[in-house]
Design a protein around this ligand. Sequence first.
Ligand code: GLU
Length: 503
Amino acid sequence: MTLNSPDIADTVRVRFAPSPTGKLHVGGARTAIYNWAFARANHGSFILRIDDTDPARSTEENTQVILRALRWLGLDWDEGPEVGGDWGPYWQARRLDIYRDVARRLIREGRAYYCFCTPERLAADRKAAEERHDPFQGYQRTCRSIDPAEAQRRVDAGEPHTIRIKVPDGRGDVVIRDVVHGDVTFNARELDDFIIVRTDGTPTYNFTTVVDDATMGITHVIRGDDHLSNTPRQVIVYEAMGVPTPTFAHISMILGPDGKKLSKRHGATSVEEYRDRGYDADAFVNYLALLGWAPDGTTTIVSRDALAREFSLDRVSKNPATFDVKKLDWIQGQYLQAMSNEMFSKRVLIPELIRAGLEEGSVEEAYARRPSWFGLLASLLRPRTTLAPEVVAKARFLYEGNNVTLDEKSVKKNLAKEGARASLEAAREALTSITTGAWTTAAIDAALEPLPERLDTSKRAFYGALRVAVCGNAVSPPLGESLELLGRDTTLARLARALPLAG
Ligand code: GLU
């Protein structure tokens, strides 16, 4: 039976459980993508849970930033904040009574116990273990033997205490059957009788995570392999609760180009930063999905739909992946190239022009005003764009009326040269003969084409002078199209204005 078979299809439940202590990191985003894709590929549920049990570091603002980033990535969740669900609440801070009830039950059943050891006592025990060269230097299980009724009396009397889980005697090795890493074995003795509820009454990560995953019916835990070392402790909690363990899949870390874990030192690490730089969400998801997963050895473009159909855990690599901005840019380029002119206009071009104050109203309104004009501009800029904001510098000259900003260096290099005036005059005459109705790239190109030879000047000098005069710089898109976009009147007015500057 494969996971994709319909008989168990409904049972797949996965979760992404970010701690709202900061923005959504690219590593977290990839974990979210894998969970989302796995849920979709198996017709299961993708659950979003906010791990906000650390009140000092968790903020509502961070939660909102994370939700926004997930929405931008197009990762819709079936249960969680904003959408609700039957297995909530989906914020850990609202589940404290659930953790308390489970902890109490474990104590009642003798699977957990109160510990009254003071920090000083614990330190002294550790020191003694060190001195006698005990290979085990963890908790010495001092309070495990306190009679439960006696322990309860001390708790009722207000004595400070933690709650520890009992790692069963003779538990033997804990073997994690990890889908990505294979079997990973941990010595149960090394696990300690670890704390599940602290002295201040707050539950620990290894406890809350298991209580939630168990009570939310999570079938597969897909997360970063920085949590692999927590997993044996979590297995002990599952066993104490008497519930089956889910399937684990620990995915590799994302490294920077220097082979160290990706961090701020390497540049942008949050999803927001990539959004703000102008990456397309689909391209970004494609890139992150392929950092550690591949449908085969060669595919580089995987649409969100393909991901949602084809994602499988058995093709996730256990080797760390290196974040490579060049590859991301290449994929971004592929996505832009694959867009229609209309899509590029609406998704990339017009939003940027609005942001720069060059277009007004909504994207739809702006597009509806001049659909074919945007179509032509999009066809010019699409192959010349990697990141969305780049379109502004390239399109600005179209918005400057008759008084285009003339780039000083370009003027010096192309316009203030001998012969430039003759070029401009000839161009002006030829262009004047085209009527407004016939003002197309083809007509413009045809009118200009014979001129360099006639003037006995190089094409480079001729078009260079004309380009600077009309577009203001030497880096604008192809000239004929640029002039068509500018329109006849503006073109001629700019030529007239530039004539006195020409050599
Ligand atoms: N809140 C934890 C984290 O962000 C979740 C880890 C897990 O998936 O269990 O690292």
